[in-house]
Design a protein around this ligand. Structure first.
Ligand code: XMP
Length: 520
């Protein structure tokens, strides 16, 4: 468990789809919080964690069912403020002696309006800007009798106990979800709650940087660390942070698998050598990777070949670094939550994601993961704090298997060359139209098909390509980006004129789901 260097808030997760958003809202208020699934929150855990306040998340269960999720009764005796949300409200009421009923005709999903009672409380300071406030509801059951000590401070048509509180014990409970976008003023509730709980908002990037550096030094001592640098934001920020902590005890290995975008390998290696002067091995193994992929067209086989070779190659270079005991990884907080979430991760493997996951066990390495507590935008803020160029920090994600999965079917050097050129023109177009930062990810996929065209007076028989651009928050779901027809037309013309080998351009308008962002 992390050391309590700053005030900590505990979010007990009962399985809501939007629990992460609670953490997001709190982090925006410079509050340090962690999400823990309810099963892990034992009495011992609570004693060790020493939360300054607790939030119960929503969840899909019904408190009326046997063995429904519950926190230990002890949470109510810790003399810390508690805020229960949706299921969290219901579980709080039931455990404290109130009553919950199954919703029959009283379920509420979506937008609703809460009106205030006559008496006002600090939790609602600045909240009821009008005589009613829009909130987002998503509940079947509802509280039908509040527990002793509680009073009602807001109601909605189907939730007479939309806002309740026991002011003497600092327990607050709301039926709606203040963390979601559709409760527009929801952040104010969190702000009021943490202020009443005595938080000072001491979670800043500056403080985080200092604390992370100290922790890395404590963990690593005088041992050596190796880091697989991909050129992506996460591994880059992790590398720079660790370098700041332990200097040349860190060596980075950049494995060039020959599936990078145009000039990418040079840019990444150049940037690190120029700005950071950190020990960096540029492992140009493109021949090895491309030869091994020859004749392979099945997506999963491609991914497995690349993943295995990556581990072999990394290991080969790492073995030369004497005394390396640690492997640095850019694991983020959402990955941590996903792997402990009690509702479990996806049960079906859609794609075997390429990462360096197999390395630590194989090489007997311990992990250094200095970004484990951060969300993606916080990693970007930290990168900024560490002086990484803005062009680097804001880069779109790029998958580990690189262009291999943007070249459906067999990969050839010729196709990769064409793809690189087309991709460079497309990204140039996006940047010129100032759209880059609005888009989560944009790239070209070269299709395994040649089509007939006419250029000048001659017939062409060249490859078709597809442009992809999506908006997303986390890559889990995505929608296609609504370019204008003018933009699409201009881009298609430029690609066909400037990239020999392509004579047809299409735009992929599939969302995720049912599609995925990458083509393989
Ligand atoms: P999909 O295609 O699954 O992609 O919708 C979701 C996000 O993940 C990236 N992606 C990967 N990233 N290794 C990675 O590091 C991989 O093997 C991999 N496959 C997909 C993809 O670019 C998108 O951002």
């Amino acid at each position: 468990m992390t050391e309590p260097n700053h005030d900590r808030l505990l979010i007990i997760d009962f399985g809501s789809q939007v629990t992460q958003l609670i953490a997001r809202r709190l982090r925006e208020l410079n509050i340090y919080c962690e999400i823990h699934p309810y099963q892990n929150v034992t009495e011992q855990f609570l004693r060790d964690y020493k939360p300054k306040a607790i939030i119960f998340s929503g969840g899909p269960a019904s408190v009326l069912d046997d063995a429904s999720p519950r926190p230990p009764q002890m949470v109510f005796d810790m003399c810390v403020p508690i805020l229960g949300i949706c299921y969290g409200q219901q579980v709080m009421m039931q455990m404290l002696g109130g009553r919950v009923e199954r919703g029959q005709g009283t379920a509420e999903f979506g937008r609703a309006y809460v009106t205030p009672s006559d008496s006002r409380i600090d939790l609602l300071n600045g909240w009821f800007l009008e005589d009613r406030e829009q909130v987002w509801m998503s509940h079947g059951d509802h509280v039908s009798q509040i527990a002793d000590g509680f009073a009602v401070y807001g109601t909605s048509p189907n939730a007479p106990y939309a806002i309740t509180a026991d002011l003497s014990r600092h327990f607050y409970a709301v039926q709606f979800h203040p963390e979601v976008h559709h409760t527009p003023n929801g952040k104010t509730l969190y702000e009021n709650f943490v202020r009443m709980a005595g938080f000072t908002g001491d979670w800043t990037m500056d403080a985080y940087r200092e604390e992370a550096i100290r922790k890395i030094r404590d963990q690593v001592g005088d041992k050596k660390v190796i880091c697989a640098l991909s050129g992506g934001v996460d591994s880059s920020v992790a590398a720079v942070l660790i370098h700041e902590a332990i200097g040349d005890q860190l060596t980075c290995v950049f494995v060039d698998h020959g599936l990078m975008r145009q000039n990418e390998a040079e840019e990444v290696v150049g940037m690190f050598r120029q700005h950071y002067n950190l020990p960096l091995i540029h492992a140009d193994e493109s021949e090895l990777f491309l030869n091994s992929l020859e004749g392979v067209s099945d997506p999963e086989t491609k991914r497995k070949i690349i993943g295995k070779l990556f581990i072999d190659v990394f290991q080969k270079y790492a073995n030369d670094i004497e005394g390396a005991e640690f492997l640095a990884q850019g694991t983020l907080y959402p990955d941590v939550i996903e792997s402990v979430s009690f509702s479990g991760g996806p049960s079906v493997t859609i794609k075997s994601h390429h990462n360096v996951g197999g390395l630590p066990e194989k090489m007997g390495l311990k992990l250094v993961e200095p970004l484990r507590e951060l969300f993606k935008d916080e990693v970007r803020a930290l990168g900024h704090e560490l002086g990484l160029p803005i062009s680097f920090i804001g880069r779109h994600p790029f998958p580990g298997p690189g262009l291999a999965i943007r070249c459906p079917g067999e990969i050839t050097r010729e196709k990769l060359d064409i793809l690189r050129k087309a991709d460079a023109v497309y990204i140039d177009q996006i940047r010129k139209h100032s759209l880059y930062d609005e888009i989560w990810q944009a790239f070209v996929a070269i299709l395994p098909v040649r089509t007939v065209g006419v250029m000048g007076d001659g017939r062409t028989y060249d490859y078709a390509c597809a442009l992809r651009a999506v908006t997303s928050v986390d890559g889990m779901t995505a929608d296609y980006y609504p370019f204008t027809h003018d933009f699409l037309g201009e881009t298609a013309t430029r690609i066909i004129n400037e990239v020999p080998g392509i004579n047809r351009v299409t735009y992929d308008i599939t969302s995720k789901p049912p599609g995925t962002i990458e083509w393989e």
